[in-house]
Design a protein around this ligand. Structure first.
Ligand SMILES: [Zn+2]
Length: 452
């Protein structure tokens, strides 16, 4: 009997998602000849601070080739706010582990939910408009009566930053309570340099008040402000020349968005804005093909946009371009439902071409005053024809892509941020089927428990 003599090369077990190299072989040699190979699988958690055991994981990691990226009865370990290790319970050696062990009691761990398209900072409300529309009033009539987006602009301009934060907070709390750990918030109801900056500061301030990661987007090009009606190019100049450099320098926005449509900004104007954003180091996004096919999806792809949003009128060429550019398609069932829309985004086309589909609330006072991402998942299936797996991927992995943070958030994998939700459900689809109850039992952001 020979005893192990030499230590052979370390190799990573392909089945193991552990970031700690844990699979090695001791090769016994006798006079240079291999006589015995002993394989050790010693998965352990030397540096982890917290471990979740007795849980299944819906990882949404493309490397896990199962629906939902599901790993049953696995252990997940975190360290320094990140996921450090994931491995099967049967192979996890917990002996000597001195950190905190959390018994998931058979629950499901998912990534924190991401709402990648909201306008949740605003003043006033549009209830009167809702009532008018129920009585049959159309867009024109509502606009003439002083409603529509410009009524929100007036109300938002009238509030200071503190009051905007105070009014927005309950909306963000509602999202956070049902599991949203990252939210995007757009400006776009100020439409002057100072009012747009005020909105972005309010959005940044909310990040300090609630345990939610906030990504902010400058949407000064939401609509042409009344002051610039006759000279929209001057307003585009103002955004490119003054606003974009300022928000970039002050770190107030992560991205720039534009409403590219005949009633808002042309493709040429939008392209100028997006190029200026890229030159300032900001990400770009486009409200695209919502009311007509204007070529906005092609523009989004050309500019390397993180996302193109709405897309009811997207055609095959536009979808191909999104696919090639790696741009996420953000679908918004909230306004479709609320306005009783009839034109749906081409989900079959997006699915066939493999364009990553995200889902978001579009939370805003006029067309989607609906602060529930769980409801959007449900409506994504019932109204748009997504599968429950697509709906959940749309508020995790693909929503992260839409915010330019796909390398950090939206999946459960070693090295990713430890934003986790522990749910008392038997299967992932339950989170899509059921709405209005069943909040996560545990809500973790950057490895720490959080409460809303
Ligand atoms: Zn929007």
């Amino acid at each position: 009997m020979v005893s192990p003599l030499s230590f052979d090369a370390l190799s990573v077990d392909p089945e193991c998602l552990c970031s700690i190299i844990c699979y090695y072989q001791i090769v016994a040699r006798s006079s240079g000849t291999v006589t015995e190979v002993t394989t050790f699988m010693d998965c352990y958690f030397p540096d982890c601070e917290r471990l979740w055991i007795n849980v299944s994981l819906a990882t949404f990691d493309p490397a896990v080739e199962k629906p939902y990226g599901l790993l049953e009865d696995h252990v997940l370990g975190t360290r320094g706010g990140r996921i450090a290790a994931i491995l099967p319970r049967s192979r996890a050696d917990l002996s000597g582990f001195a950190g905190e062990v959390i018994d998931g009691q058979g629950g499901l761990l998912t990534p924190g939910l991401i709402d990648c398209h909201t306008h949740l900072v605003y003043g006033g409300d549009r209830t009167a408009e809702f009532e008018k529309r129920l009585q049959g009033a159309g867009y024109e009539e509502i606009s003439r009566a002083g409603g529509g987006i410009l009524s929100t602009v007036r109300a938002t301009r009238a509030l200071d930053e503190e009051e905007l934060v105070r009014q927005a907070r309950p909306r963000l709390e509602a999202l956070a309570r049902e599991g949203v750990t990252t939210v995007e918030i757009k400006s776009g109801y100020g439409l002057t340099a100072e009012d747009e900056l005020k909105m972005l500061r309010a959005a940044r301030k909310l990040a300090g008040e609630l345990p939610v990661r906030v990504r902010t987007t400058l949407l000064a090009a939401h609509v042409v402000p009344p002051e610039y009606r006759a000279r929209p190019d001057d307003y585009v100049d103002l955004i490119c020349g003054e606003l974009i450099p300022r928000v970039a320098a002050e770190g107030l926005a992560d991205a720039v968005d534009v409403f590219c449509e005949s009633i808002a900004f042309t493709v040429n104007q939008a392209e100028r804005l997006l190029r200026a954003a890229r030159e300032s180091g900001l990400g770009v996004k486009v409200h695209a093909e919502q009311l007509s096919n204007s070529g906005a999806a092609l523009l989004a792809a050309r500019c390397g946009a993180w996302s193109a949003d709405h897309l009811e009128f997207l055609d095959e060429a536009g979808a191909q371009a999104l696919r090639s550019a790696g741009t996420a398609a953000v679908l918004l069932p909230g306004p479709f439902y609320f306005l009783r829309g009839t034109r749906k985004p081409p989900v079959d086309l997006l699915r066939r071409l493999g364009v990553p589909m995200a889902l978001a609330t579009d939370l805003n006072p006029g067309t989607s005053p609906l602060a529930s991402l769980r409801l959007m998942m449900n409506m994504g299936c019932t109204l748009f024809g997504l599968t429950p797996e697509e709906a959940l991927a749309g508020v995790t992995r693909n929503a992260a892509l839409a915010l330019g943070v796909g390398d950090r958030l939206g999946t459960l994998a070693p090295g990713r941020q430890a934003d986790l939700l522990l749910w008392d459900v038997a299967q992932p689809a339950q989170l899509v089927c059921e709405v209005g109850w069943g909040a996560p039992r545990q809500r973790v952001v950057a490895g720490e428990d959080t409460h809303v």
